[in-house]
Design a protein around this ligand. Structure first.
Ligand SMILES: Nc1nc2c(ncn2[C@@H]2O[C@H](COP(=O)(O)OP(=O)(O)OP(=O)(O)O)[C@@H](O)[C@H]2O)c(=O)[nH]1
Ligand SMILES: [Mg+2]
Length: 462
């Protein structure tokens, strides 16, 4: 008989301080997002505690009164064995709380004091995001990048934990390769430092590999491959669009930070010039610094692109803030000068037809030149594809070439790299009227006629 292993539900509570310069809307949006992040980690948020203050409490982030309130709430919970016997329609306030999530980044000592005061584990926003990245990292590069960011975050916290452990944390003698009197903390610190150095070396090696690939790709771009990068807030629908535009099977999931690696695919059906689309890691408010640094190299993909598609979830009430965050990160990585099309996605998710039409009109007025669409509608995807292709075709110029009968092997290349407007069979070969990138056309002429014009025939007769 098969027994089904059911994962025990994990419950979280959230605490957040609202500072005077943060509007209610912004504050609420951030809390909703933290709940989404928690859900991605498998937590169900059962209660939220908020406090308005002029600043975070230096000792424990929250004021004493609020700490007591949370302590009461947490410790009122039933024990796990009692919980199993409890009726399914359980009073949420009687659930055992696994973790307190804090909607800001707090210092190691604040976290420790908070834990002591409320009596359960504490995770701040940064740790939540790091944990999601950790779980979702697939490639060797992404794993190493996340590990560096995590170690950077954990190192000072290890010290804090060791302080808490007190004198037991200190080793008596020089055993196990440790220097005489060297504490666990020092050892841990050394280990962390060594591990970070090792990872950095690994990343450097991977980066070199990536640079070579990138150089190769850029070279290919010079030969008629154009690059588009999908960028935007997490969960906006970048991977869904990538799938739709390229017919590829990239991961799509209704969870935050589903994609951590950049994937590159050609637009499908193929176009002239051939367009490569890359999907990138999503952004979020207060992306931990360690992660920004680690993922910079991944995001540099966006810098190589000739065009950015900034994907925005048009059905999210917090879309404006998300849009600003993306603009800011793009500026940080120096990609703000790359031409960009704003793509408002998920319009199918905005209420009824009339509401969607009104919202479309408003967005188009507020963001001139934007695209409003649903990645789930093939017609919308086709229109976006047209828009992308025509962006790359705007620099194309018209030309004429005569492909001698002896050079028909170039025919395939000509069709894949140029738009053929007209074709005619002549005595000496096929005559074409074409459109292509100037560099492309120059190369074609060079192939047909290296050096002087008079040598053209000679060349083809060799
Ligand atoms: N209703 C609706 N849902 C969409 C649309 N596009 C994407 N989604 C859904 O939105 C969720 C997130 O989509 P993804 O494509 O994974 O989003 P992403 O931007 O790649 O997210 P990250 O990789 O986390 O940054 C999935 O559940 C998709 O099915 C759309 O046009 N309409
Ligand atoms: Mg994705």
């Amino acid at each position: 008989m098969q027994t089904e292993v059911k994962e025990k539900p994990r419950y979280a509570i959230v605490a957040s301080v609202q500072l005077p310069d943060v509007s209610d809307v912004e504050f609420e949006a951030s809390l909703t997002e933290l709940s989404e992040l928690a859900k991605t980690l498998g937590f169900q948020v059962v209660h939220t505690f908020v406090q308005k203050r002029n600043s975070f409490d230096r000792t424990a982030y929250l004021g004493v009164g609020k700490l007591e309130e949370i302590h009461m709430y947490v410790n009122r919970g039933l024990r796990a064995d009692e919980l199993e016997q409890a009726p399914p329609q359980l009073d949420p306030s009687a659930i055992e709380i696994d973790v307190l999530l804090v909607d800001h980044e707090i210092s190691p000592s604040q976290a420790r004091n908070l834990e002591l005061a409320v009596g359960c584990e504490v995770m701040d926003r940064t740790m939540v995001i790091l944990e999601i990245f950790h779980r979702n990292a697939r490639s060797r590069a992404a794993k190493a990048q996340v590990e560096i960011a995590r170690l950077g975050y954990m190192a000072p916290r290890l010290r804090e934990a060791a302080k808490l452990a007190g004198p037991q944390g200190r080793q008596r003698s020089g055993m196990g390769g440790r220097g005489a009197g060297e504490s666990h903390t020092e050892l841990d610190r050394r280990k962390v430092r060594d591990r970070i150095a090792e990872l950095q070396r690994e990343i450097l090696a991977m980066e070199l590999e990536r640079k070579t690939q990138r150089a190769r790709r850029l070279e290919r771009q010079g030969q008629g491959l154009a690059g588009v990068s999908l960028v935007g807030y997490t969960n906006a629908g970048k991977s869904t669009l990538m799938r739709a535009l390229t017919g590829s099977e990239v991961l799509v999931a209704n969870k935050l930070f589903a994609t951590l690696d950049t994937t590159v695919r050609a637009i499908y059906p193929e176009s002239v010039p051939r367009v490569l689309v890359s999907d990138t890691v999503g952004f979020i408010k207060n992306l931990p610094h360690g992660l920004v640094a680690s993922f910079k190299s991944t995001l540099e993909e966006a810098l190589d692109a000739a065009l950015l598609l900034h994907v925005i979830d048009a059905s999210d009430p917090g879309f404006e803030r998300q849009l600003e965050v993306t603009d800011m990160v793009l500026q940080e990585i120096g990609a703000d000068e790359v031409p960009r099309i704003r793509v408002f996605n998920k319009i199918d998710h905005v209420g009824d037809e009339a509401a969607a039409a009104a919202w479309t009109a408003e967005l188009q007025q507020r963001y001139p030149g934007c695209v409003v669409m649903s990645a789930r509608r093939p017609a919308d995807v086709a229109a976006l594809r047209e828009r992308i292709v025509s962006f790359f075709q705007q620099d194309l110029v018209e030309d004429e070439v005569l492909l001698p009968w002896s050079a028909q092997q170039l025919r395939g290349e000509l069709f894949s790299q140029c738009q053929v407007l007209e074709e005619r069979a002549e005595e000496e070969g096929s005559w074409f009227r074409i459109r292509g990138e100037p560099a492309q056309l120059r190369r074609l002429h060079e192939q047909l006629n290296p050096g002087s014009q008079g040598r053209e025939k000679e060349y083809w007769e060799v």
